[in-house]
Design a binder for this molecule. Sequence first.
Ligand code: FE2
Length: 670
Amino acid sequence: MLDYEVTVFTANRATASTFNNVFIKLIGSSGESERKWLWNFKGASAFVRGAVACFRVSCCTSLGKLVLIELDKQPLLLFPEDSWFPAKVEIKSPEGACYTFPIYRWINDNKVHRFREGTALKGFEDKHHLGRNSREQELKERQEDYCWDVYLEGIPHCLKADDLLSLPYEVRFSFTKQTEFLFTAGAGLTELKLKGLAECKMGWADLDAINRVFCCKQTDMSDYVQQHWKDDDFFGYQFLNGVNPMLIRRCTVLPDNFPVTDNMVFPDSQFSLAEEMEKGNIFLCDYKQMDGVKASTINDKQQYLMAPLVLLHKTPDDKLMPIAIQLKQKPAEDNPIFLPSDSEYDWLLAKIFVRSADFNEHQLNVHLLRTHLLAEVFAVSLLRNVPMVHPLYKLLIPHTRYTLQINSLARKTLISEEGVFTKFSASGGDGMITILRRSLTSVTYSSLCVPEDIAERGLKDIPNFYYRDDGLRLWNIINRFVCGVLSHYYKSDHEVKQDSELQQWILDIFEHGFLSHPCRGIPQKLNTVDELIKFVTMVIFTGSAQHAAVNTGQYDYGGWMPNTPISLKLPPPTKKGEATEETMLKTLPDVNVTVQGMATMWLLSQQSSDFVPLGQYPEEHFSEETPRQMIKKFQKELKELSAAIKQRNKELKVPYTYMDPEEVENSVAI
Ligand code: FE2
């Protein structure tokens, strides 16, 4: 008899154990073993959480090169069927060859499940008929489990899931994450000790009252924001390093609908707009996407959402100062251009309306659409089209962790009819749908690739732009890693073109993510290895670094409500010189709106205890040497970048931490 040494690793995660009987069958190029009950001296403890158990499977003849294993588990009379999460199986053949079979999935029934040997194989390389069969079978099952759905016409498609319990086990939160994370504003309200205020539909009497609520939970940064929210240089700083660094762009010609003059912005003639534009010192933030968006009604009060234009000047001492704000797109007498030289409350109110428009732009376009919804499309397409043994699956699956569940939760509790965003933000309801649709039409491929995006927005040399500095370095590190791994598997452009699973993946993304729109530069097929590397870099960057940049600081910048009001309940002044502190207080949202916003932003800024940082791969899908070396190099470069960012931050008045690789999660998970 020939003995195969079989080692089964059960994952070290909550509820991973099984007390059922486990069976295995080995299948090789020359034959297959019998189905064998895995029983050893460890008895029932062989498959508990974190266990490593060894067994022997004997065969009369050699099975040749091992292709796959079949695993199943059967309940005992006294034990109910349970869920088992095996990590991997390692097998040493009698000839001395070692094989690894990555599993990393739940087995919660008594059916037979097939798992491929870990060497990555593209479809056209999969020569063994059993391998090809299992590949087809796997995709067939996945396409039944993961179906596309249309949540709203005109926005990226999503995973079909009637409720959270209908999500496949593989993509659900871990027990740890689930128990920690009760995704309701109620949980946040409790945490922030604001429960009693959730029903209060009154306005704020003074800023001190807001402070009394806010001081229950502060972060270093939210505290800083509270101190500096009125400062013009901090208002400008937020366009570069706040939660929405995506709107600002260099201004070389004033838009026709923003008739700013030299007299308005440089009354002492110390500069001229034309010259400063020529030098590249003038910047513009244009919220034109908000134009004509219907604002909601909250607490029976009409809310207001503006579509401002903001002009900024980079001063000789490298500050980015707002110099003019027009709150509506169409110039008119009752739509004044506000200036820093206006009265305190005219100027402050203008900035508050900008910050409120920015909240809506950031949450819907920059955060929800451009990270969460796109990451979901990348993930669903991967699950439907690419089998586990494919190198692309091995590379990308860790970057999809929890994305499908967090997005289902967002659809259920944030943007649904009764969702927090719908009920309490200025654009909740119809406005939100309009903004999301317009946002998708504004997405171009280059705007998702940070080097091109920065160049297109003319932001290559603006000083103190840490989102750009850290983002470009992260992009390059991710790009080198992806290049290392994919160049190993794709030796020619022909191999890319020939890979039908890969081509179906990109086509589904084009059709379901970008709704087949041809003008945005999004590829619908991949022709070269370089095109593949760029697209996969963008996918990993979007789900990790970009999401962290626009997600993590939500409470930092939004906790102190006056800096980021989620809605406003008076229209802006149409005439200068009339606004007072009272006008501002009456404009700010009611108490319940404020605390719901705070609670949601608090929840969405929390790091889970089973957070996996960028570049860490606790699940070992790759078993070959080259990709494993690439992972080590990737981790080393990320560590060096993290140290460099920490060092840089020591010199900064306001540290920029959101893209420190140690703080960036591998996937969109919150
Ligand atoms: Fe998020």
